[in-house]
Ligand binder design. Structure first.
Ligand code: PEP
Length: 309
């Protein structure tokens, strides 16, 4: 799908009105040097939220993906730091420890923190050595699962169809799902980014009938664990594009309430500016989620962005 709406020029009067109403923002296209859109100078971006809401009314959500890190001792310390931090009541926070520590963390983390698994099997359990099923997660009181993380796509060979099936099965078992998508640097720079994102979104959307328990995490692969965060404009451009895609393919109601998280080198220094972007509804955080104080600060990014606005 061509991302035309993001760059469609508007006639003068309409443009002025839209800018005054805050429905548009001026930005510089920020795609790579080889992108077909590079070098066009200042562009115009159409806000994709409904006319009455600039930011979603859905709760800001921050996920902490602990990946394959920690041990019992370090987790005791991390949990204590998280429990002693102040998280605003209007923010939902979900921490995803490795499977073997889920029980320890579920018991020790206080509300409002919730827990997520970082993965689950694609169907019913059985003879699948090393796997953990969605039923098992539900049975243990784990309410969330992260699916389709780029590390699983790249390192464990999970393609979009497989991720889509996982999403369907996890939802059937009553789990809430953070489904990850994102392009590599090569795909971005070759102008393939939107095709890649559409293919990944399409495989998820085919498998979802009720979007209530679904959150999308846009995580550009080049930003994950690299310290190279997407600029607020880069992230907003893609989030607005994804929301427009959902509007067209699924419906405006779903698009307006769907939470689209940004993930990729988010930390306590860059989170506030990102949180201020219209279509960013939260974060999925890797490295910085292992540092209690920094993660709590990230959980407060939306309030800080609102105060600073
Ligand atoms: C992630 O793994 O989902 C992630 C975003 O990692 P990091 O924050 O370390 O880039």
């Amino acid at each position: 799908m061509a991302p035309a709406a993001a760059l469609t020029p508007l006639p003068g009067a309409r443009l002025d009105n839209a800018l005054r109403r805050g429905r548009l923002s001026i930005f510089r296209p920020v795609t790579g040097p080889h992108s077909p859109r590079a070098g066009r100078g200042i562009g115009v971006r159409l806000g994709c939220r409904s006319a009455t809401t600039m930011k979603s009314t859905a709760r800001f959500l921050v996920g902490g993906n602990w990946k394959c890190n920690g041990d019992r001792e370090s987790i005791v310390r991390l949990v204590a730091d998280l429990n002693s931090g102040d998280v605003p009541s209007d923010v939902e926070v979900v921490c995803a420890p490795p499977f073997v520590y889920l029980d320890q963390v579920s018991k020790a983390l206080m509300p409002p923190y919730q827990v997520a698994a970082q993965n689950c099997w694609v169907g019913k359990g059985g003879a699948f050595t090393g796997e953990v099923s969605a039923e098992m997660l539900s049975d243990c009181g784990v309410g969330w699962v992260i699916l389709g993380h780029s590390e699983r796509r790249a390192l464990c060979g999970e393609d979009s169809q497989f991720v889509g099936k996982k999403v369907a099965y996890a939802l059937e078992q009553g789990l809430r799902v953070i489904a990850c998508i994102g392009e590599t640097l090569e795909q971005r720079e070759s102008g393939e980014m939107f095709n890649v994102l559409e293919e990944q979104m399409g495989a998820i959307a085919e498998n979802v009938s009720d979007w209530g328990p679904v959150v999308i995490a846009y995580e550009p692969v080049w930003a994950i664990g690299t310290g190279v965060v997407a600029t607020p404009d880069q992230a907003q451009e893609v989030h607005a594009y994804l929301r427009k895609w959902v509007t067209e393919k699924v419906g405006a109601g779903v698009a307006d309430s769907l939470r689209i998280l940004y993930g990729g080198s988010v930390n306590d220094a860059n989170c506030v500016e990102l949180a201020g972007q219209e279509d960013i509804d939260g974060f999925l955080v890797g490295g910085a989620s292992l540092k209690g104080a920094a993660f709590v600060k990230i959980c407060n990014a939306q309030s800080a962005a609102t105060v600073g606005a």
